[in-house]
Design a protein around this ligand. Structure first.
Ligand SMILES: [Zn+2]
Ligand SMILES: [Zn+2]
Length: 192
């Protein structure tokens, strides 16, 4: 499930082919919960995955991170697959089952996440990461676990964004709490 804040658009060209990314259709403030792995999201079983057309399989391998159970995700909304990597992403995985905007996103700005947070597999960036952020690792391969410094970098951003949750518009609040009522404390101003 992803909030209806983004569209898929061409983001550039790579080896003569267009690449795509996610772009904000409006201003999205820091602290916005923008997506979560909902009941309609799921996984391809190994058999289902093998039966997909090759093009689709390759797309998933490129865009999706293998989950802890060794299976590829099957998202309920394809926009969830289109966020590109940045070493200084504006959306991070909160560790609580949802993604959170950690820096205000302007209307029209590309929405990025940090692939290095995903799972225990190596992440490959062909020709070295070219995300262009000033903190870019520029490496071709990232091998987990992340350094303490990198983990602190993520945690600082996530914690600051989580504090903003009660104070910004939350398009997914009702849907998230329906599936995860235990997260209601995050929307409570008094708790902070
Ligand atoms: Zn979903
Ligand atoms: Zn980078």
């Amino acid at each position: 499930m992803i909030a209806d804040l983004y569209v898929i658009r061409k983001s550039g060209k790579y080896k003569g082919k267009y690449t795509y990314g996610l772009f904000a259709t409006q201003f999205v403030p820091k602290g916005t919960i923008d997506g979560f792995f909902c009941k309609k999201c799921g996984y391809y079983s190994k058999e289902e995955f093998a039966k997909l057309p090759k093009k689709k399989r390759l797309f998933i391998i490129d865009h999706e991170v293998v989950q802890e159970n060794g299976l590829y995700s099957h998202f309920c909304d394809k926009r969830m697959q289109y966020d590109n990597h940045s070493c200084n992403a504006n959306v991070l995985s909160s560790g609580k089952g949802f993604g959170i905007v950690v820096r205000d996103i302007k209307k029209g700005e590309e929405v990025t996440s940090d692939y290095r947070m995903n799972g225990e597999d190596e992440v490959h960036f062909e020709g070295g990461c070219k995300c262009g952020s000033k903190d870019c690792m520029k490496d071709t391969t990232f091998r987990p676990p992340a350094s303490k410094k990198l983990q602190n970098f993520w945690n600082r951003r996530i914690n600051a964004a989580v504090k903003r949750i009660p104070y910004v518009k939350q398009p997914l609040k009702r849907k998230l709490l329906k599936e995860h009522p235990e997260l209601s404390y995050l929307f409570d101003k008094k708790a902070k």
